[in-house]
Design a protein around this ligand. Structure first.
Ligand code: FAD
Ligand code: NAD
Length: 520
């Protein structure tokens, strides 16, 4: 039978039954799914006790509301009465109670900083935290127009010994162009380290410098054309964003600073930024998996680094729902060159549709031309881990195949030391195998690549490998090309699969440095 929820669903990190790093999974009671919660919030019930009136909450007041039937929590400066949400919380009541009557922002961020609580809990909003009077910053410094001088970055929380040295920016102009130059002082910068968006009145350029994010955020002083180009001068770590003026007049200043302009902060502390992308195509890949092609707006520069994912956001009955997805190349056999062309405007996804899931049926119902919000990339896979690798082993289950696509293409084209890539691809049935014929063709075309399909629920006609991931399967699979070779493993799939795979690999004496596990 199709789409019977597997043991691993709801996706363990899904908004419906979230459980990550050390969190207890809590089975949701019947009628307590996220969709049921959304329905309750639309019912018109007064969930705050204030009939929609918003109040200013002091710390003293917040502290008083610390019981299950009277529980207030502050998240990102807003206070919510979460008493009625208790039973719907995927992490369970006890977890929510850890933040009762206090500021739960860190707790919520640790688990899922991308979950949009502002939207999910908007009917529970009691009000804002009262702000203690603070010594005002130099207003004139904050608001001053930018005239091309190099301003000092607001380096927040940056331990001097760990963070990158403080970046800065400048600008210059010709009759028709304005060039914004960012000096990162980091030599290995590439086009996928820079994300630029120019929408409405805001110009935003975020540069990822190791685990830090440097942001230029401006209201430009004059209008510019929609498209622009981004150039990297690698050996000096310089990034140039070249804007085309709408009118050939001389600009006296670049613009005025917007929120968090010229700041360098740990990447994890920078909120996710979304831009609307248009659905260009949607094609069947298997009976339940489709390839989606989204087009970035012309006014955006975004390339998703290999091994990273983005969040797709849709508003479902008034609530913003966000889930992670890993972009793939348009096909396995497509020529893939590094760096990706700067005018690359398309992002491809392989997405399995779960008929009783929350987001995927909505994605499936999108029409060509509709819009989906796409976030900045996230993820901790580092391409440098593949350097000088000789034997690359990929263990994928179901849609856990998605991060392997770009890794496979990259490895075959860009790693001269590579001798062998082996993909062990676990699925339930033959019909579930994504891009089977492409994988088989690639194995014929490139002798370095082998693929092995393992089915957990095959039909009687299947004479290939069967079963779940096991030490026996793995030890057969891991034949090195040389007696001593540099190996690397990537594992992705349902959580029980990745957990077992990791355990078996450790038992086979592979070290942490030789394995990357994809998790959210
Ligand atoms: P959900 O609402 O999460 O439900 C999924 C399934 O669980 C359904 O079958 C549903 O019926 C069942 N279910 C829901 N609630 C319950 C319940 N209370 N009891 C029992 N069963 C229940 N997926 C892809 O297809 N492609 C990708 O490239 C991809 N990349 C990812 C990258 C990362 C980093 C991560 C963490 C996940 C990725 N996923 C990917 C998975 C994706 O994020 C979603 O989890 C998936 O699409 C399901 O979303 P959904 O809202 O449709 O389903
Ligand atoms: P699925 O239910 O079709 O299962 C595919 C295979 O996984 C099965 O044939 C089996 O071999 C293995 N498997 C499933 N449950 C198992 C268990 N309990 N123990 C051992 N092995 C098990 O998989 P699906 O519906 O395609 O789900 C794919 C999963 O991969 C989702 O959980 C998704 O969130 C995750 N994913 C993660 C990323 C990432 O980057 N972190 C990317 C894509 C997908």
């Amino acid at each position: 039978m199709l789409n019977v929820p597997s043991q691993a669903f709801p996706a363990p990190r899904s908004q419906q039954r979230v459980a990550s790093g050390g969190r207890t999974k809590v089975p949701l009671k019947q009628g307590r799914s996220l969709m049921d919660w959304i329905r309750l919030t639309k019912s018109g019930r007064d969930l705050t006790g204030f009939k929609g009136r918003l109040i200013e909450v002091t710390e003293e007041e917040l502290k008083k509301h610390n019981k299950k039937d009277d529980c207030w929590i502050c998240i990102r400066g807003f206070v919510y009465n979460v008493s009625s949400y208790m039973e719907y919380h995927p992490g369970g009541e006890d977890e929510l109670m850890r933040a009762a009557g206090s500021d739960g922002t860190d707790l919520f961020n640790q688990v899922h900083r991308w979950v949009n609580y502002e939207s999910m809990l908007k009917e529970c909003l009691v009000g804002r935290m009262a702000v203690k009077p603070a010594v005002p910053k130099d207003y004139h410094e904050e608001k001053r127009v930018l005239n091309g001088m190099l301003p000092k970055s607001q380096v927040t929380d940056t331990p001097a010994q760990e963070g990158p040295s403080s970046p800065s920016y400048d600008w210059f102009q010709t009759d028709s162009l304005v060039t914004i130059v960012m000096y990162t002082k980091q030599k290995d910068i590439s086009l996928d380290s820079v994300i630029v968006d120019h929408q409405d009145d805001s110009f935003r350029a975020e540069t990822i410098l190791k685990d830090y994010s440097y942001l230029i955020h401006l209201g430009l002083s004059h209008e510019v054309q929609e498209d622009f180009s981004v150039r990297i001068v690698e050996n000096v770590g310089k990034i140039e964003i070249i804007l085309k003026k709408k009118e050939n007049t001389s600009w006296k200043c670049l613009g005025h600073p917007l929120e968090n302009h010229n700041s360098l902060i740990p990447k994890k502390d920078r909120g996710l930024y979304y831009r609307k992308c248009q659905l260009i195509s949607k094609e069947d890949v298997t009976h339940d998996t489709k390839r989606f092609c989204l087009m970035l707006p012309r006014s955006a520069h975004l390339q998703v680094p290999i091994g990273q994912h983005v969040y797709l956001k849709l508003t479902i009955t008034g609530t913003e729902i966000v889930k992670p997805y890993t972009p793939v190349s348009d096909s396995l056999l497509s020529e893939f060159k590094e760096p990706v062309l700067p005018n690359n405007k398309y992002i491809y996804f392989l997405i399995k549709i779960y008929p009783t899931g929350l987001l995927t049926p909505e994605l499936d119902h999108l029409q060509i031309g509709d819009f989906v919000s796409v976030s900045n990339p996230e993820g901790n896979f580092k391409i440098s881990k593949l350097q000088e690798v000789e034997d690359l082993f990929l263990l994928a289950a179901g849609t856990g195949f998605t991060p392997m696509v770009k890794i496979l293409n990259y490895a075959l084209i860009n790693i001269p030391s590579l001798r062998k890539v082996k993909l062990m691809f676990f699925n339930k049935t033959e019909d579930d195998i994504i891009w089977r014929s492409q994988l088989e063709k690639l194995a014929l075309k490139d002798k370095r690549f082998d693929v092995e399909f393992v089915l957990s629920a095959p039909t009687s006609e299947w004479n290939g490998r069967q079963g779940y991931i096991s030490p026996a399967l793995l030890s057969e699979f891991f034949k090195r090309s040389l007696e001593v070779s540099k190996v690397f493993f990537c594992i992705c799939g349902p959580v029980p699969f990745t957990e077992q795979g990791l355990r078996f690999l450790h038992d086979l004496n592979f070290s942490k440095d030789e394995i990357h596990v994809f998790t959210a």
